[in-house]
Ligand binder design. Structure first.
Ligand code: 5GP
Ligand code: ZN
Length: 137
């Protein structure tokens, strides 16, 4: 547990939260400032700052949990879709530096249609090729 980390405290139950799921390794809570009804956060109980620090086994477990929860939440909330968002680093909009995954139910005409999006770059074929070469493993 990291000192002064709000999600460590929430995950440990030291700070109360609206918990929708809990097991040995995770607590899933409702976001205090939801983008939509049912917006939840998957929080590992162990402190990892971001995806770079998250062990692979935990990454796999997070995704499996997200898969289970989105199914369950869709049944209960009758939402029309889901965004899964996971921010890493200030530049990417991360504000709480304890790894978490956002599960955001989406509803037709929920007013967020123009959100959760980005500007589109116009890159030349050359630039695309170069990036592809740099990234290809
Ligand atoms: P980030 O921007 O780091 O990806 O997301 C942090 C999220 O945590 C935000 O959506 C914010 O509303 C939520 N959050 C921050 N503090 C608290 C808190 O004390 N309780 C709950 N339930 N959510 C929080
Ligand atoms: Zn923490």
């Amino acid at each position: 547990m990291k000192e002064d980390c709000i999600f460590c405290k929430i995950a440990a139950g030291e700070i109360s939260s609206q918990t929708i799921f809990e097991n040995e390794e995770f607590r899933v809570i409702l976001d205090i400032s939801p983008a939509a009804k049912g917006h939840a956060l998957i929080i590992p109980k162990e402190h990892y700052g971001n995806i770079y620090e998250l062990p692979e086994e935990m990454a796999a477990k997070v995704m499996i949990l997200a898969k289970k929860l989105t199914g369950h939440m869709t049944d209960v909330l009758k939402c029309d879709g889901f965004n899964i968002v996971q921010n890493n680093g200030e530049a990417a909009g991360q504000t709480v530096f304890h790894f978490h995954m956002h599960l955001i139910p989406r509803y037709k005409n929920d007013g967020n249609q123009d959100k959760l999006c980005w500007n589109h770059l116009e890159l030349s074929q050359e630039e695309m090729k170069e990036i592809c070469q740099q990234l290809r493993q």
